[in-house]
Design a protein. Structure first.
Length: 100
């Protein structure tokens, strides 16, 4: 005969039975999957950051295709803010001042 507080391993404190056993099991599984996902994201971030310098895009939406090494356009600086500007620009993209 079992008295008050004596359980067979399927009582309130275990995951094996009771009304809340499946909820605790799902929470435990979710925690384990979450930790595994964070480890995977950390590894992917480390591999990507240690992979070396990234190559620049060959085209940009605003400026068009990038020129080859021997064809770099003449660059100038804005007289107002001192930021670099392309020769074909008429206004500084940083401060809006006219470049003429």
């Amino acid at each position: 005969m079992m008295g008050w507080g004596m359980t067979t391993g399927a009582g309130v404190g275990s995951l094996g039975g009771g009304a809340w056993g499946w909820v605790a099991g799902l929470l435990g599984l979710g925690f384990q999957l979450g930790v595994l996902g964070l480890v995977a994201v950390g590894i992917a971030w480390a591999v990507r950051s240690l992979g070396g310098p990234r190559r620049a895009a060959t085209t940009t939406a605003a400026a068009g295709p990038m020129p080859e090494a021997g064809e770099l356009p003449m660059r100038r600086v804005c007289p107002n803010c001192g930021q670099p500007a392309r020769a074909e620009w008429h206004h500084c993209p940083h401060c809006g001042a006219p470049l003429e």
